[in-house]
Ligand binder design. Structure first.
Ligand SMILES: [Zn+2]
Length: 384
């Protein structure tokens, strides 16, 4: 039998704001934090529980018993009022996580809101200052060992530097304005890890870093985003902030193994690790390579870029689901191992083809196309 309190809770769930999780936006939350007065999903509920009952007291809406006072608290607050309080001063560069985002983002968002109350006390937002330094574990370029490296972010210089020895010259200098940062925990094999991707001498370079403390990695991630937003605001003063926010780093649209072959029917299929980073489709021998083997710029569909799907086989035993990415320079013959995987790639590439180019995209296109026309194109862009 549904008791009186359960009935009230079900009614409260229908109120605006309560139909989605207060923290990640997932539909139909079936948990609640009854001291904070919010409705949340199961995933967020377990993060709330992890903060301890002095911060958040969690109950299931149907499976747990509710006291009148607890139900009263839910009625009194609710997701909208809690949001107004705990998200009062979220800086625009802060990435508000969605339900399918990596755990580190969601967990740190929840801890920032309720444990550290960063968005009630803006002076606690150290990532806004435009400078940061500290140590991260960085994967070697040639070997797979991770070593402690000192990183220094300096927005005024537009740089993120890293040092092997603290007092020596930096080993690497990355331009913030050309840097992308992405969470790729499954690939890197560490929850609190990031992939830094930037242009070096006309091609992309990847750096993989992690930190044992999730708050630290999130602070680096947010500091990079905030510095990038400030730099964009200076470079494009008349562009609305909402447009500039769309140019901040995003996680890769898709990654995975595909088989690639050259333009001749006799060319063999080679397995490559593909990564779609904004408009750059890169392929690598291995997922954690420092450099891609090749990079394909995906322009707008109005300028000669499109995809074709073939329903006939391609002679490749491992990857029987081919598709073709056509660019003004050449056609790339790719294949996925399953129908679902191909459908996933087609969706993200089609989405990219339809999206208008930003000025940053045009810069990348110019670099990659120039590289293709000036280099010995056979070795780089043939069927390796
Ligand atoms: Zn949630």
């Amino acid at each position: 039998m549904v008791d009186h309190n359960e009935k009230i809770l079900q009614e409260l769930l229908k109120k605006p704001g309560n139909q989605v999780c207060a923290d990640c936006g997932a539909e139909d939350p079936d948990w609640a934090s009854y001291n904070l007065g919010i409705f949340i999903c199961m995933r967020c509920a377990s993060i709330h529980r992890g903060m301890g009952a002095h911060i958040s007291k969690v109950k299931h809406l149907e499976l747990d018993r509710w006291e009148d006072s607890q139900v009263h608290r839910m009625k009194e607050v609710g997701n909208v009022a809690a949001r107004n309080k705990y998200e009062d001063r979220v800086p625009p560069c802060y990435r508000r996580p969605a339900k399918s985002d990596p755990q580190v983002l969601i967990e740190q968002w929840i801890r920032a809101k309720y444990e550290r109350e960063e968005f009630c006390h803006p002076e606690r937002q150290s990532y806004l200052s435009g400078s940061m330094e500290g140590f991260l574990m960085k994967r070697g370029k040639e070997d797979s060992r991770y070593q402690l490296r000192k990183f220094v972010l300096n927005e005024n210089e537009d740089t993120l530097k890293y040092h092997v020895k603290e007092n020596k010259e930096p080993k690497g200098i990355l331009k913030l304005s050309e840097l992308n940062v992405s969470f790729a925990p499954a690939k890197i094999g560490h929850m609190n890890s990031m992939q830094l991707t930037f242009m070096k001498e006309g091609s992309t370079r990847h750096i993989y870093v992690y930190h044992e403390d999730a708050e630290v990695i999130n602070c680096w991630y947010t500091a990079i985003r905030c510095a990038k937003l400030h730099l964009l605001q200076v470079a494009f003063p008349s562009t609305p902030q909402s447009d500039l926010l769309l140019r901040l780093p995003k996680d890769f649209a898709r990654e995975g193994w595909l088989w690639k072959t050259g333009p001749r029917t006799s060319d063999v299929h080679r397995r490559r690790w593909f990564t779609l980073d904004n408009r750059k489709l890169m392929y690598h021998d291995e997922p954690l390579d420092a450099y891609p083997k090749g990079e394909i710029f995906i322009g707008h569909e109005s300028t000669g870029y499109h995809i074709k799907v073939s329903n006939t086989g391609n002679g490749c035993k491992e990857a029987r689901f081919p598709f073709y990415l056509v660019t003004p320079e050449r056609t790339f013959c790719l294949a996925a191992a399953t129908h679902e995987d191909r459908a996933g790639w087609l969706t993200v590439i089609q989405h990219t083809l339809k999206r208008p180019l930003t000025p940053q995209d045009s810069t990348i296109e110019a670099i990659l196309v120039r590289k293709r026309t000036t280099s010995n194109s056979i070795s780089i862009f043939s069927g390796r």
